[in-house]
Write a protein that binds this ligand. Structure first.
Ligand SMILES: O=P(O)(O)OC[C@H]1O[C@@H](O)[C@H](O)[C@@H](O)[C@@H]1O
Length: 297
């Protein structure tokens, strides 16, 4: 099972009504740049021992360091946030939280097993990613990001790419190669077309910065909007919002032009800024139509 953060983002936003989760990706990209860790698909080829070879698949050739698993981290952070929100909003009886947490555990197990099966992670990396994701969800549930000013969002959006470039520069200065994992992916991936810029840590940085900017812009629009404050949160409304958001996310995510790396990063930044804005604005638009039709009747 492959949970991309693109598909999880709309679901989480809908559950939380856009309140508190948008700081999650920033931490993820920062830690991915700093932490090291081999991936099984290249480790086995470099190992001196006589070990069996591992099958590679289209999704195997991730280019970032292996530790912790980014998929496990984002999946755990987002699903944990959704479960907390669901339990709080649905005023669940005693058995419902348990059902939610069992579903959460099963989904994490499926995500973790799939990462190991395709030889892109060792089990301990998936466990580390899951625990980090849960910790991130617990921290960000306490932060009311909707009250943060647009200026702060803009400063964060500048800070995230600048700090990642500086981190790389420092790593280079101490004689290490910050792109060591990209080189290994290119060397050991069975098919060169499976090594995709989408998996590069710098691309994740642009995606997270774009998403934060998109969310910051949305928050400043929403603060002055009556339809946002009136907040229709019926289950049908949420379901429509999730389905529409997932469809839009799939369309935007699949825009993958063949351009230079720098241009690709810029397009990623814009794509995700736009995506978050569209997802966030859907309730505003539906809410406004509802208010107008209430007025007319
Ligand atoms: O470390 P993993 O599990 O292979 O995941 C890497 C992926 O982690 C995701 O969370 C990032 O958003 C992707 O850009 C990256 O490709």
């Amino acid at each position: 099972m492959h949970f991309s953060s693109t598909s999880l983002l709309p679901t989480a936003f809908t559950s939380l009504q856009g309140k508190k989760f948008c700081g999650l990706p920033a931490c993820q990209s920062g830690s991915m740049l700093i932490l090291h860790g081999e991936r099984p698909y290249w480790w086995i080829k470099e190992s001196d021992n006589k070990l069996p070879s591992l099958n590679q698949y289209r999704l195997t050739c991730e280019t970032g360091p292996g530790s912790p698993s980014g998929h496990a981290m984002v999946t755990a952070a987002v699903l944990c946030t959704v479960v907390f929100a669901y339990i709080r909003l649905s005023k669940a009886r005693w058995y419902k939280p348990w059902c939610c947490w069992i579903c959460f555990a099963l989904m994490m197990l499926a995500a973790g097993v799939s990462r190991c099966y395709i030889a892109t992670h060792f089990p301990h990396q998936v466990v580390a990613g899951t625990l980090t994701g849960v910790a991130m969800a617990m921290i960000f549930l306490k932060v009311a990001l909707k009250d943060v000013s647009l200026k702060t969002y803009i400063l964060l959006v500048i800070f995230i790419p600048v700090s990642s470039v500086l981190t790389s520069a420092v790593i280079r200065m101490i004689g290490l190669d910050p792109d060591w994992s990209i080189a290994k992916a290119m060397k050991w991936c069975a098919e060169s077309q499976w090594v995709h810029p989408d998996t590069q840590p710098y691309n994740a940085v642009q995606r997270d910065a774009g998403s934060l900017l998109g969310y910051g812009i949305f928050v400043s629009i929403a603060r002055s909007s009556r339809s946002f404050q009136s907040g229709d949160s019926s289950n049908l409304f949420r379901l429509v919002h999730i389905i529409l958001s997932l469809l839009i996310a799939q369309v935007i995510e699949n825009i993958k032009p063949k351009v230079s790396t720098e241009m690709y990063y810029l397009i990623t930044f814009l794509k995700f800024g736009l995506l978050v804005n569209i997802i966030c604005l859907i309730p505003l638009l539906i809410g406004r139509r509802k208010i107008n039709s209430d007025k007319n009747s």
